[in-house]
Design a protein around this ligand. Structure first.
Ligand code: KG4
Ligand code: ZN
Length: 348
């Protein structure tokens, strides 16, 4: 089965083609980062307009890369949510229109299910059941994954998601957008022990997250430091930012790692999967790898290019669902809010 995947939920247009016999046969990605950088975050209307410009040309290019024509497709998968409504509507209307025109089934894909399944694109892939830490710009979730579509949320974000905390902290330090990568690069040059930022919700039982207080602690520390009598901007600023970045990252990573540990204990599962944009973070990868020996488990991350948004994960998730689901309505679907727990279970 050959499935076209369309991802337009936020600021990346991702188009890919997945062949269930031969794997990924095309993978196109266009990032809008430069368009949004001047606003310090995603400007929804600009995102939608740019998806309109890029989606069809990227589909044409993906077909050229895969050496197929549209008539060779067996199905079309598109991200139906969660995400920005205008951006989602571009992918869902293009996907459904193509499906009508070609008389193919279309399938709506949950963006976070795409992230969750991305590590299964690898040859060395996790098997169900597993605990998944899903950390992106909009979500921080711990999920009990029993099978395709069989998801129970164990822990959720009460305020800022992990990626959002990176982005907002980078912004308040004047570092630009998107902040996760910029801040984690600076952290490699900083002293993570200089500032002891709070580890939110660690002294309470449970698996929920809260990162907005951490961002406030960074703001207070930053302002206090630069107001010191002996603070010399040209001499001290670079070191201050690097040390704050490293200490902030350590607080987030430490919190995520401890919550993963708790989730593994709670479920008694032997497999931990980490996915979403923040799973690209090197320090998080290192510290979660260390859990393998400590807890005698195995951990899996997506390839770096499949941590952040991409079309491959949507084509793949769509193909798995199309193989199992009998009827598709070909109705245009777009849900800005959509819980993973509301997905249909599909046995694999
Ligand atoms: O999954 P994703 O591409 O989009 C959403 O679904 O939200 O995640 C984007 C998030 C952004 O907040 C970005 O700052 C963060 O992932 N991110 C990182 C890193 N690379 C991307 N956060 C920390 N370290 C990184 N290396
Ligand atoms: Zn995402």
């Amino acid at each position: 089965m050959i499935v076209l995947g369309i991802e337009t939920s936020c600021d990346e247009t991702g188009i890919a083609i997945y062949d269930t016999d031969n794997g990924l046969i095309a993978d196109q990605l266009y990032s809008q980062i430069e368009l949004h950088a001047q606003y310090g975050g995603v400007f929804p209307e600009i995102a939608s307009r740019d998806h309109i410009k890029k989606t069809v040309p990227l589909i044409k290019q993906a077909c050229i890369d895969a050496n197929i024509s549209l008539n060779d497709l067996d199905g079309i998968a598109y991200t139906a949510g969660p995400g920005l409504i205008g951006a989602l509507l571009v992918g869902s209307s293009v996907g459904c229109s193509l499906a009508w025109a070609l008389d193919l089934p279309s399938i709506e894909v949950h963006h976070m299910e795409g992230h969750l399944l991305a590590p299964l694109l690898d040859e060395d892939k996790p098997e169900f059941p597993f605990v998944c830490l899903l950390v992106s710009g909009g979500h921080s979730l711990l999920v009990d994954v029993k099978g395709l579509g069989d998801y129970t949320i164990l822990g959720d974000t009460l305020d800022d998601a992990a990626g959002e905390a990176f982005d907002k902290t980078a912004k308040l330090l004047g570092l630009g957008y998107p902040g996760g990568k910029i801040l984690s690069d600076l952290a490699t040059k900083g002293d993570k022990n200089r500032f002891k930022f709070p580890r939110p919700m660690m002294n309470r039982p449970g698996l929920d997250f809260s990162f907005s207080g951490l961002k406030t602690a960074v703001r207070v520390t930053y302002l206090k430091e630069i107001e010191k009598d002996n603070y010399d901007e040209s001499r001290d600023k670079e070191k201050l930012i690097n040390d704050i970045a490293a200490s902030f990252q350590e607080a987030i990573v430490d919190t995520l790692v401890k919550k993963c540990q708790r989730a593994i204990k709670q479920t008694s599962y032997k497999t931990l999967v980490i996915a979403g944009g923040v799973s690209a973070n090197t320090e998080l990868r290192i510290q979660l790898k260390e859990l393998e020996t400590k807890l005698r488990i195995k951990s899996y991350f997506p390839a770096l290019k499949y941590c952040t948004d991409n079309g491959a994960m949507i084509a793949f998730a769509g193909a798995l669902r199309l193989l199992k689901e009998k009827s598709q309505s070909n109705k245009i679907k777009a849900y800005p809010r959509w819980s993973l727990e509301d997905l249909e279970e599909t046995l694999v």
